[in-house]
Design a protein around this ligand. Structure first.
Ligand code: AMP
Ligand code: GLY
Length: 425
């Protein structure tokens, strides 16, 4: 099979690494990919949201399966585009269609969905530009902290946790009346703050059946001790010690099963990954958000622990035969640490040479996020530059190995958090 992966981050590098090992994969393409993915397939310089160009590339390269990494092409309807184009409709695109991707693409939709199906989540109300004054009054008297969420996609920046009413009302106005997030912020979900520890759960579904992938915990803040601004993710660990069988049974019964059944009973055909952002409040799981894709950097720890042939699983999604598959997970622990550019998540420079990539590391994998090849040299090309995933019998050893590898890698302004997994050590 010729397979195309859309996206160009660490998640896609990890997927390319895994898919290239499949006996069914005879040629692999990544659009746009990065310096790391080029070791496993051919990078095609295309924007994953340029559906016309992606469709053409699929025909030219005889692609028979497309795996979508990021959310944007899904929310914008790449699946629908392929289904409705006669020359492309035979190519399965793994990921939900636009209607199903609203689970991530619209916070208001996902909250309504959870409310309707009795899935535990924070209490909320939604307001649009026509209900500004009503919303403003609501925010003014809401318990603190109060969480404001732009309804649409806002590049991971659309959630604001406000510690005071003054801040909350200012943010509310910035979003609804001053276009802080453009169209995405013209509807806002206002919800109560949940206090607890977060967990990322990953489900792969064919619409009728599902399999559960390894869980992970990511570290979103830039600073050690979870301080400072949010990033795309500074590291991740899997497994997550508190996600024991008792807790995961609650997740299954109260969250995953009702989600899959709810989608079906609402007439929403969902095929692909569902990433459920959970929080453990006391001893109970609650949903913070749904995403319609895998997480980054979570993928870089869950995919290395997955023993199954990934293409085999993706084909089963396309054929609606996921009930015939059993997931096999490596009992080893995996940890990944992300090296970022100086200044990230604010502004940063690119184009610095990355040293130390030629060495081979036992039990460790280097996945590229923002890198590019230039005359045979690998240069930084993003805020998150690369991550190092290691496996070991214990989380502690996995973390130690990644840290050691990172002492051999260097680029100007490189920074990484040394405390990934700290709560579990
Ligand atoms: P998102 O951009 O939707 O991934 O949300 C970003 C982060 O905001 C989440 O990972 C949580 O850490 C936090 N968050 C979102 N909603 C809540 C909430 N209701 N209570 C506490 N934290 C939240
Ligand atoms: N690591 C969080 C995300 O991918 O959204």
């Amino acid at each position: 099979m010729h397979i195309l992966i859309l996206g160009g981050g660490g998640r896609e590098h990890a997927l390319a690494w895994k898919i290239s090992q499949s006996k069914s994969c005879t040629a692999l393409f990544i659009a746009p990919g990065n310096a790391g993915t080029s070791a496993f397939g051919k990078n095609i310089q295309l924007d994953p949201t340029d559906f016309v160009a992606i469709g053409k590339a699929c025909l030219e390269n005889k692609i028979s399966l497309v795996l979508v990494g990021p959310e944007e092409p899904l929310v914008k309807g790449i699946v629908d585009y392929f289904v409705n184009d006669r020359s492309l409709s035979h190519i399965p695109v793994i990921g939900p269609n636009a209607s199903a991707a609203r689970l991530e693409g619209s916070k208001a939709f996902s909250k309504q969905f959870m409310l309707k199906h009795g899935i535990p989540t924070a209490k909320y109300k939604e307001f649009d530009t026509d209900h500004f004054s009503e919303g403003s009054e609501y925010v003014k008297t809401h318990s603190l902290p109060v969480v404001l969420k732009a309804d649409g996609l806002a590049a991971g920046k659309g959630v604001i946790i406000c510690q005071s009413h003054i801040e909350a009302m200012a943010e509310f106005e910035l979003m609804l009346q001053q276009d802080k997030f453009g169209e995405a912020g013209h509807r806002i979900v206002v919800e109560e703050f949940l206090d607890g520890i977060e967990l990322s759960v990953f489900v792969l579904t064919d619409g009728d059946h599902y399999v559960l992938l390894p869980e992970a915990k990511d570290y979103k803040k830039i600073g050690e001790g979870d301080k400072g601004p949010n990033t795309g993710g500074m590291g991740a660990v899997s497994p997550v010690p508190f996600a024991d069988s008792e807790f995961m049974l609650k997740v299954k019964e109260r969250i995953i099963d009702p989600t899959i059944k709810g989608l079906k009973s609402d007439g929403i055909e969902y095929r692909g990954f569902i990433f459920i952002g959970l929080i453990k409040v006391g001893i109970e799981p609650m949903v913070i958000e749904y995403n319609c894709r895998l997480g980054d950097p979570e993928t870089e720890v869950i995919i290395p622990r997955l023993k199954n042939d990934l293409v085999d699983l993706l084909k089963a999604v396309a054929d609606k035969k996921l009930n015939e598959k059993t997931i096999q997970i490596d009992s080893l622990a995996a940890a990944t640490m992300v090296a970022v550019s100086r200044g990230y998540p604010g502004s940063y420079e690119k184009g610095f040479v990355i040293k130390g990539l030629d060495e081979k590391y036992e039990d460790s994998l280097v996945f590229h996020s923002g890198t590019q090849l230039d005359n045979g040299q690998v240069l930084t090309n993003g805020g998150r530059v690369l991550c190092v995933t290691s496996y070991a019998g214990s989380l502690q050893d996995a973390i130690r190995k990644s840290m050691t590898v990172l002492t051999h890698i260097d680029f100007d302004g490189m920074y990484f958090r040394r405390d990934i997994g700290y709560e579990f050590l």
